[in-house]
Design a protein. Sequence first.
Length: 340
Amino acid sequence: MKILYAVQATGNGHISRAHQLYPYLTQLGQVDIILSGSNATLEMEIPVKYRSKGVSLFYSRCGGLDYWKSMKAFNLARVMRDARELPVEKYDLVINDFDHITARACKLKNVPSVQLGHQASFMSDKTPRPKRKNWIGETILKQYAPADTYVGFHFDRYDSFIFPPVIKQTIIDAKPTDNGHLTVYTPAYRNECHEKIWRDFGSVQIHWFLNGIERPYQDGNIHFFPISQKYFTESMIHCHGLVTGGGFETPAEALYMGKKLLTIPINGQYEQQCNAQALVNKGITRLSKLDEKSVPDLYKWFENDSPAPYQAAANIKQVLEYMLIQRRFKRKTEMGLMEF
């Protein structure tokens, strides 16, 4: 079986998940990867056959989406060209982790596909949302990368087609300890937005992961790190707590290890607002933003000794078996309708 696996590169979570799924997919057949987008900072450690600039997101200085820059980077002519040139019709199975180019190519060429990823979980209305839904955000989640079959990942099994998160094997095999430091990863914020806040923590050591850092170094109580899966995973395994955005994979890994977690979803990023609401439902602290006004809430969270809620991990073989069963059922249904 020839498989095309589309991986969105607007964030590190998609790439991290691809690293875990790829070995299992290769047991099903020949796997070719298309990497689409340009926001991720993690290196793709598996072979990539096709690359596309795709549709990328950009952020403002301190924690919000830069809509203007994102719109300027969108090139409809390039998107259409990439979709026409992507040979989805040559594959027996197209798996899409929320890539618009691949979804558009499948639509143009009438090729069925499976959306396998976190965003697929939002096809269910049972998946948590903020109290005030955003119709633009809802439209993007449901129409950005449409597919014929959906298999989702989320913190809990909100619906029958939703599975627990894919957890890295290094996290599953880890023996977590509490060395007292905070691991901080808030990619939508530049360092000047938060540096004074972390320096004021005094005796608490801060492991801060930032774009633009070439090698680790220490300045006072702050340990500056490049965005590296190796450094980050090691820091998180031994941290007292994690401060991060409203993503999915990183909070899931922290909870899997029983770590204290603080989420700060990106302003204007609806999916992150939904994730944050799901975490709040599990008892996790959320801040709308991190600034001088929210520092008392930050200290309150740090001093709270409540245990982290339980987080299950996906059984990848079971997920892929479910995906194939659903796809076969879909095909049989379509063939039956055609015969009738």
